[in-house]
Design a binder for this molecule. Structure first.
Ligand code: SF4
Length: 373
């Protein structure tokens, strides 16, 4: 079992709230707020970094919110701080989520100089009518102007794309145009789930949603992308390390208002309140220890999302008992004979079939019922 870890930083500022979004972020903030918040992130990193002792940090990820509102100076200070902590950025996958509406060439060059080696663009759609319906402040013109700039400097580029929203979309055409802007290596395809907000876009019918999803899958498969996780596609070798940590039961430290952490060796989860003021004044963090059942649920929930599945031989090391001492063998073999799961006993691998991935929630409910502790 690997002992990898990652650090996630949440940047909870967005100049405008997208209508489909349920992440924690604020739209009203002073000019100095991002820098003050950035200093708090660095202090908190320094005081909590020892929670990752005994692990190797393989990923740093800035998500949001909009990490592209943070100043060049902040990223420089950040790079200095992490090298003082002994993290070798050249060995680390260092991702920053970027809104194509925010940046210019100087900001991008600075990121490169600070050791960032992976960019994740919030594209979501490539049609101004759909972007407007979604309440995005980004336009097709912003993407056409800024994404090719990044492609000159970064090799590892990903994009987020949303489906289940926007009627009569020409997904194939949208993606063709997106891929003309840069040689993307990774794509996260998110199924829209309507937030509790009056003016949130309408959710498409299940049939239309499936059609859009199928179009995305088909487009990417033709370009040699593999669906390595339920919602994530990549070329070989470009799977997101950050995501893989979540799905392979690694440890991660989440820093920033609204961010969550999980440390495998102690089984402790923690979360900061959705409150920027509290975070900046060093408050708002709560922690709790997961029960054995919760840890097993998490292990199954995350591990069965990925194509490689879970290694049940790791179970004893993680939870003190063999897999079938804690999960009913009969329930697992029923799911295997119904075509939802596949088991490779020689190598100890349990994974979802394509049918199992399509009905993952039902499979997980059955497995959760089969946990015997
Ligand atoms: S930019 Fe991202 S985090 Fe901000 S409101 Fe839009 S979707 Fe949400």
């Amino acid at each position: 079992m690997n002992n990898f870890s990652g650090i996630y930083f949440h940047i909870p500022f967005c100049p405008k709230k997208c209508l489909y979004c349920d992440f924690f972020s604020v739209t009203k903030f002073s000019k100095t707020a991002p820098d003050e918040y950035g200093d708090a992130l660095l202090n908190e990193l320094e005081s909590r970094f020892n929670e990752l002792s005994g692990t190797k940090v393989v990923s740093i990820y800035f998500g949001g919110g909009s990490p592209s509102v943070m100043s060049e100076k902040f990223y420089r200070k950040f790079a200095e701080s992490v090298s003082k902590l002994g993290i070798d950025l050249a060995e680390t996958e260092f991702t920053v989520e970027v809104n194509p509406a925010d940046i210019d060439e100087s900001w991008m060059k600075n990121l490169k100089n600070c050791g960032v080696n992976r960019i994740s663009f919030g594209v979501q759609a490539f049609d101004d009518a759909v972007l407007a319906e979604a309440g995005r402040r980004t336009t097709v013109a912003d993407m056409q102007k800024n994404i090719p700039l990044f492609a000159k400097y970064f090799d590892n580029i990903s994009c987020d794309f949303i489906y289940g929203l926007g009627k009569n979309r020409e997904i194939n055409q949208e993606l063709t145009k997106v891929f003309e802007l840069a040689p993307f290596k990774h794509l996260s395809a998110y199924s829209y789930s309507r937030p509790e907000r009056k003016n949130a876009p309408e959710l498409l019918s299940e049939e239309e949603t499936l059609e859009q999803e199928k179009a995305i899958r088909g487009f990417l498969q033709k370009r040699g992308f593999s669906r390595y996780e339920i919602s994530n596609y990549s070329l070989a070798g470009f799977e997101s390390r950050h995501n893989m940590l979540y799905w392979t039961y690694g440890s991660w430290l989440g820093i920033g208002a609204g961010a969550a952490s999980f440390i495998r060796k102690t089984g402790v989860s923690s979360r900061y309140a959705d409150d920027i003021k509290a975070f900046v004044s060093g408050d708002g963090l709560s922690s709790w220890k997961l029960t054995l059942r919760e840890k097993i649920e998490e292990f199954l929930l995350m591990g069965l999302r990925v194509k490689i599945g879970i290694n049940i031989n790791d179970f004893k090391e993680l939870f003190g008992e063999d897999f079938f001492e804690l999960v009913s063998e009969k329930a697992v073999s029923d799911l295997v004979s119904e075509g939802f799961l596949e088991i490779d006993e020689k190598n100890g691998i349990l994974k979802c079939t394509e049918k199992g991935s399509d009905f993952l929630n039902a499979v997980l409910l059955k497995l959760f019922d089969a946990i015997m502790c």
